[in-house]
Design a protein around this ligand. Structure first.
Ligand code: NAD
Length: 338
């Protein structure tokens, strides 16, 4: 199958591309490699994706002509992960969210419309659409009271997708990701920025005494769920669904800090602060729908996932990349790059 992955230099996109290559797919990856966080990390991910069946193009999805030019008739799948992520940053740079998450999502929908052989578009939504709802969060819950612009753009994506499924029959699955973490992760997320601060002896800010709870989902579980969904386009009229993809457990941020301290062998200097208005108290995914559809089982407990993250993080900080991390059986320094 020939698949386009947007946000291929990003955390989840990188892991999804790797898994698609491992199972023999042809992949086109796009990303604008923006500077929201260290582009060197994005480039380092791309450096590990050199492969004869992988082509990379630097494209901004908010530029609709550039996206339209990607319309290769052979494309059968799209995994659309490119977005401006981050809840709090949407108070700092709101128009970046409009460009990447609204205009960009529309450009991908228009691209999907132009692809004659497209079987399925899987795109990233977010658990943040649940706003201040009481957990566990189920797909049928009302989600029209977002607490951040980020959440509002992700909910708008779901609605634009619904319209395009209805109007043009484009089969789509929206995945509501719940706090994804792991090796090659995102430096703006708490687990990563805490690890950096703990290592550097800098204080970390923890909200409401560490009592905020998140459904932390390990990256390998996410990748298995994304691929499982990609293989199962929805039928029905219109052919569309949204699915939660989470760990189905809610864990306190204070416990996350303790696991990081244990892994890094250092104590954190904790500064307590009140919860910001854009942050919700607790997230927990009801994952029955994705489990029934794909057999999805979130298999990685937080302690194990954080231990794996810390092992990678130490290597990353010391400029080491384990050879074992490469795509198995394939040369890392051969193959076309776009
Ligand atoms: N990681 C999580 O916990 C989480 C939770 C909920 C939803 N999501 C969603 O999952 C998707 C992937 O998230 P991630 O954690 O891998 O984030 P990420 O920031 O690591 O990856 C997103 C990638 O998209 C690229 N990008 C952003 N705007 C772009 C544009 N206009 N054109 C082209 N490329 C662009 C970025 O350069 C980045 O490499 C995003 O849609 C995000 O909103 C992630």
């Amino acid at each position: 199958m020939s698949i386009l992955v947007t946000g291929a230099a990003g955390f989840i996109g990188f892991h999804v591309v790797r898994a698609l290559l491992e199972r023999g797919e042809d992949v086109i990856g796009i990303d604008n490699i923006n500077t929201y966080y260290d582009p060197a990390l994005k480039q380092a991910r791309l450096d590990r994706l050199v492969h004869p069946r992988f082509r990379f193009r630097r494209v901004d999805i908010a530029e609709r002509e550039a996206v339209a030019a990607l319309a290769e008739p052979g494309l059968e799948g799209i995994v659309h992960l490119a977005a401006q992520a981050g809840v709090r940053y949407s108070m700092v740079a709101p128009f970046d969210y409009a460009a990447s998450n609204l205009v960009g999502h529309l450009a991908i929908l228009e691209l999907a419309r132009a692809l004659p052989r497209l079987r399925h578009l899987v795109y990233a939504s977010s658990s943040s659409v649940y706003g201040g709802n009481a957990p566990p969060f189920a797909e049928a819950d009302r989600v029209d009271t977002p607490l951040s612009l980020y959440a509002a753009t992700k909910r708008a994506d779901e609605m634009m997708s619904h319209a395009y499924a209805h109007l043009y029959g484009i089969a789509q699955t929206g995945l509501r990701f719940f706090t994804v973490y792991g090796p090659w992760g995102r430096p703006d997320m708490a687990y990563f920025s805490f690890a950096e601060a703990i290592l550097a002896g800098r204080p970390i800010t923890v909200y409401d005494g560490g009592r905020l709870k998140r459904d932390f989902t390990y990256i390998d579980d996410i990748v298995a769920g994304v691929l499982g969904c990609l293989d199962r386009p929805p039928g029905g009229t219109p052919p569309i669904r949204v699915l939660n993809i989470g760990n189905n457990r809610s864990e306190a941020v204070g416990d996350l800090v303790a696991l990081l301290e244990q892994g890094l062998g250092r104590r954190a200097m904790v500064v307590d602060a009140p919860r910001p208005a854009a942050d919700v108290m607790e997230t927990r995914a009801d994952v029955q729908a994705i489990a029934a559809l794909t057999g999805f089982v979130p298999a990685t407990p937080l302690a194990e996932g954080i231990a794996r993250f810390v092992a990678w993080f130490n290597d990353w900080k010391q400029g080491r990349f384990a050879a074992a991390d490469a795509v198995p059986g394939l040369s890392l320094d051969a193959g076309p790059r776009g």
